[in-house]
Design a protein around this ligand. Structure first.
Ligand code: ADP
Ligand code: MG
Length: 221
């Protein structure tokens, strides 16, 4: 599902990623851990096509990303990659249902089909009773579930999450982690999750440690 080879990235003279190789199979949950500043978010942004590497190749769901123009890349990202961040980034003026629909509207899915899919997901994630509510009327745990529904609405090849439970209390964090496992069981969804949370790291099939811009040796890639 994901194949990154020889990924390098520097900011100015500061080398952040120094030859990262990462392979993720369909339906796999991989957690990325490492000290603050190790380059986890940088790697996730590159995998998510939000940023380009200085060197290296990236194949997602069979498509070689290096060859796409900026415009093609936006369309590819919208259709194939779902994002969950530490802060939900839901749009405050829109309801939960509308927020979940937005990536589908960008993909030009018709309104009825988008709303149908969004409703299904809100149901699956246990927040269908919040469909008509705006983010400000929901708890942190509910907001993050809506953000997960939004990440899933276009049936992405891969969901990338950066500290998704970093802003939740432990009960909501545990529920969110459980949700990732359920989504993998039900949808065979592939996840790459950056986390400091040991519980979340441990539910993954594989924990990849990043140190000094490289994947720590001795790990299956
Ligand atoms: N856009 C940027 N410009 C310059 N330096 C950056 C930029 N983004 C990240 N960095 C630096 O790259 C390093 C790795 O950052 P990051 O990937 O966010 O680490 P992590 O997510 O592992 O904490 C840090 O030293 C950070 O300051
Ligand atoms: Mg980070």
């Amino acid at each position: 599902m994901l194949e990154a080879k020889g990924i390098y990235k520097s900011y100015g003279t500061l080398a952040i990623l120094k030859g990262i190789d990462l392979h993720v199979a369909k339906g796999e949950i991989v957690s990325l851990v490492g000290a603050s500043g190790a380059g986890k978010s940088t790697l996730l942004h590159i995998i998510g096509t939000l940023d380009r590497p200085d060197r290296g190749t990236l194949v997602i769901d069979g498509t070689n990303i290096d060859k796409l123009s900026t415009k093609q890349l936006s369309a590819f990202r919208n259709a194939h990659i779902g994002f969950v961040f530490q802060f939900h980034h839901l749009l405050p003026e829109f309801t939960a249902l509308e927020n979940v629909c937005i990536p589908a509207f960008i993909k030009r899915v018709d309104r009825k089909a988008a709303e149908h899919r969004a409703s299904e997901l809100l149901e699956l994630l246990g927040v269908s009773h919040r469909s008509a509510h705006k983010p400000g009327e929901m708890s942190g745990g509910e907001q993050q579930r809506v953000a997960v529904a939004r990440a899933l609405v276009n049936n992405p090849a891969i969901v990338l999450a950066d500290e998704p439970s970093g802003n939740l209390d432990s009960e909501n964090a545990t529920a969110l982690h459980q949700l990732f496992v359920e989504l993998r069981a039900q949808l065979n969804q592939t996840f790459v999750v950056v986390t400091h949370n040991e519980e979340l790291a441990n539910i993954a099939d594989r924990i990849v440690h990043i140190k000094d811009g490289q994947i720590e040796p001795g790990q299956a890639q």
